[in-house]
Design a protein around this ligand. Structure first.
Ligand SMILES: Cc1cc2nc3c(=O)[nH]c(=O)nc-3n(C[C@H](O)[C@H](O)[C@H](O)COP(=O)(O)OP(=O)(O)OC[C@H]3O[C@@H](n4cnc5c(N)ncnc54)[C@H](O)[C@@H]3O)c2cc1C
Length: 419
């Protein structure tokens, strides 16, 4: 079977790899000159099934008001004359109920847990290198109230058999000795020992190389203009280099999937939620983080990647606005220096921004569409790296008409099992 994939981010490349492994003839169309040059370029490096949770949660509307008034806010909203932005925010608010949160978190954990297992198998089979570590993640709480709030999440972790450890201050320092210097600032933490970390870009580039060796064709520098369709089927993909045809098509174009889906009348509820990251080369190994820490107060992820620390965060609702304001870097560094004051000097040139392809319920969109041979693997939002291998394996099974290993009936769009 000939499969055409739009997008060579982490989602498109993992899809290409698993489809090639299943015996398909795969072509990937990418407008950039190589893989992982958009949102998969410099994310925070967490493979975090245990931390998988929608941003739409009970209490978020109140917190949002408080955040918008604070200097180092995890949330930035720039209201625009754009119905897509307002509709998305309304739908997200609609998901801030207990019921929706529990349902959405359960979906995310299911995909992410599966994905981590698929990644582990892939790693064993290929020996792929991407500066990975398998030392878990630690959600750090600075306030007692945050510790109280963690119990809802623990219910879902229990439901899915996800291992976790509730730690006091000493427990946090034992896992991340670099926190010793600031121990008084910490109340406790939630450790997810089976979470992992790694460089998403390095992985995507290495996997694209493996996929090419397996026969996948990557057409870089190829901008998709529109998806061609007739009589309920996609008939081809129009690019500036001509039309590309196949038997099945996957839209894996990150936040830009919205524009391409529109060309076939599909309106995806995905909004580009901008985030930022920065690197700090490590000068002081003794006090450096060992794995990923999630600073719950600022919603900033601090991840060890080789001899560097990657710090990522901020949710900015501002359309596709380009720009790298100093204030965003300051917030990331404020969180990092608060926990690791003595690790190294930030590489200020590394400030980067990417657009998370975010659905209002936080869950990715994986599955078929009204067009019989068009499939979606997109909308992975905050955790596309975490969910990539599982999502790719699932979409491969769907296309190959095999039953996926996990329930995916509630991942299609429109959601059919929404409460
Ligand atoms: C600051 C930040 C931190 C993050 N941290 C984490 C983390 O720690 N862990 C985690 O799991 N996730 C994290 N994420 C989320 C994760 O990075 C994304 O979910 C993931 O990269 C999305 O991958 P993708 O392949 O869907 O999209 P992309 O990487 O954006 O890839 C889509 C590709 O499609 C191509 N494309 C689009 N339109 C066209 C067209 N018309 N023609 C041709 N090509 C096209 C684009 O050029 C792009 O290469 C983070 C994101 C940000 C911004």
């Amino acid at each position: 079977m000939k499969v055409v994939i739009i997008g060579a981010g982490i989602i498109g490349v993992t899809s290409a790899y698993f489809l090639a492994k299943a015996g398909c003839e795969v072509t990937v169309l990418e407008r950039h000159p190589g893989p992982a040059q958009e949102t998969s370029f410099a994310n925070a490096g967490q493979i975090s099934p245990g931390y998988s949770a929608p941003w739409a949660a009970p209490g978020i509307p109140m917190k949002a008001v408080k955040w918008l008034l604070s200097r180092h806010s995890p949330l930035v909203v720039r209201p625009k004359l754009d119905t897509a932005q307002w509709l998305w925010m309304l739908k997200m608010l609609g998901n801030c109920t207990e019921t929706a949160y529990h349902r959405n978190k359960a979906r995310m954990v299911r995909v992410a847990e599966y994905s981590r297992d698929v990644l582990e198998e892939l790693r064993q089979q290929t020996g792929i290198e991407y500066n990975h570590r398998t030392q878990g993640t630690l959600q750090v709480f600075r306030y007692a109230k945050q510790m109280d709030g963690m119990h809802k999440d623990i219910d879902v972790l229990k439901q899915f058999g996800v291992n976790y450890e509730v730690l006091d201050r000493d427990g946090c320092v034992a896992v991340e000795p670099g926190l010793q210097r600031v121990r008084e600032k910490i109340t406790g933490g939630l450790r997810l020992p089976h979470d992992e970390t790694g460089d998403c870009r390095m992985f995507t580039i290495a996997l694209a190389r493996l996929a090419r060796e397996m026969g996948v064709t990557f057409k870089y520098g190829t901008e998709v203009k529109t998806v061609l369709h007739e009589a309920g089927r996609v008939t081809g993909i129009a690019t500036q280099h001509g039309d590309i045809t196949g038997d099945a098509y996957i839209l894996a174009a990150g936040s830009l999937s919205v524009r391409l889906a529109k060309t076939v009348g599909i309106h995806l509820p995905i909004y580009p939620v901008k985030g930022y990251s920065i690197n700090v080369p490590i000068d002081n190994e003794d006090e450096a983080p060992r794995s990923t820490l999630m600073d719950e107060t600022y919603k900033v992820a601090i991840t060890r990647l080789g001899d560097t620390v990657r710090i990522g965060g901020t949710a900015e609702l501002n359309g596709y606005a380009s720009g790298l304001p100093d204030s965003r870097r300051d917030t990331l560094l404020h969180s990092f220096r608060g926990l690791f004051p003595n690790v190294g000097t930030p590489d200020n040139t590394s400030l980067w921004a990417g657009f998370r392809p975010m659905t209002p319920d936080g869950t990715p969109i994986i599955g078929g569409t009204a067009l019989s041979n068009l499939f979606l693997n997109t909308g992975h939002g905050t955790l596309g790296w975490t969910m990539s291998c599982g999502s790719a394996r699932v979409i491969t099974d769907i296309i190959m008409k095999k039953t996926p290993d996990i329930d995916v009936s509630d991942l299609v769009y429109p959601r059919i099992k929404a409460a």
